[in-house]
Design a protein around this ligand. Structure first.
Ligand SMILES: [Zn+2]
Length: 209
């Protein structure tokens, strides 16, 4: 799906879903018949306590900003793509000195951003929810100014299938795609982005050439 490689099915007995695992890049995709509908998805997101009042969530995003964004860029036009109900990272980015905007298909669906370009785009905990990650990556890359940065967070899946089947991250029903380092490398294959930072766990920063 990301690299075009053959896939093999993996059955998750605990939550009764089947994934397709790419035999080449390891990208793991929940079969579409197990995806929540947009209505179910919205209900699940409404349960997420992603606001400025949730100290743990705010700390997590501050860490992301400190490690994956601010060492590379400190000002300019910023877009938080997939900002959630909060929208916390948008607030933090604004406070850090950026001219910030945000978009979320469920909570802030105004698509004004589509006709603009940005110095910084952030997408935290977004890529694991996407049914067409390559398409979204191409879109975000197109919205960046030359020399701009895209900073994302998504947790890398454990390499071993048995470890994957006990991994907490897969239990969120709205998580449908799970990346390996190889799959992420393939994700930027056709766009002018170069990876400039990763903590090898869940933070990735790309620069547009
Ligand atoms: Zn693949």
């Amino acid at each position: 799906m990301i690299c075009g490689g053959e896939t093999s099915p993996l059955f998750d007995e605990k939550i009764k879903v089947v994934y397709d695992v790419c035999t080449v890049c390891g990208f793991t995709y929940k079969q579409p018949r197990f995806h929540p509908t947009p209505e179910q998805e919205k209900i699940l997101y409404d349960f997420h306590d992603n606001s400025m009042e949730n100290a743990g969530y705010v700390t997590m995003l501050k860490t992301f900003l400190d490690h994956a964004v601010l060492p590379y860029i400190q000002s300019g036009d910023a877009l938080d793509f997939g900002s959630g109900p909060g929208p916390v990272l948008y607030e933090l980015t604004k406070r850090a000195g950026f001219h910030a905007e945000h978009y979320d298909p469920f909570y802030h669906p105004q698509a004004d951003y589509e006709n603009k370009t940005y110095d910084l785009i952030t997408a935290t905990e977004v890529f694991e929810h996407l049914s067409q990650p390559l398409k979204t990556m191409a879109k975000l890359s197109g919205l960046l100014k030359p020399g701009g940065y895209l900073a994302i967070s998504t947790s890398l899946r454990p390499e071993d299938d048995q470890a994957f089947l006990t991994w907490w991250y897969r239990r969120d029903e709205t998580h449908i795609g799970f990346f390996t380092p190889k799959a992420l490398a393939h994700l930027i294959r056709d766009v002018p982005l170069k990876r400039v930072y990763t903590n090898h766990k869940n933070h990735f920063t790309f620069k547009k050439e």
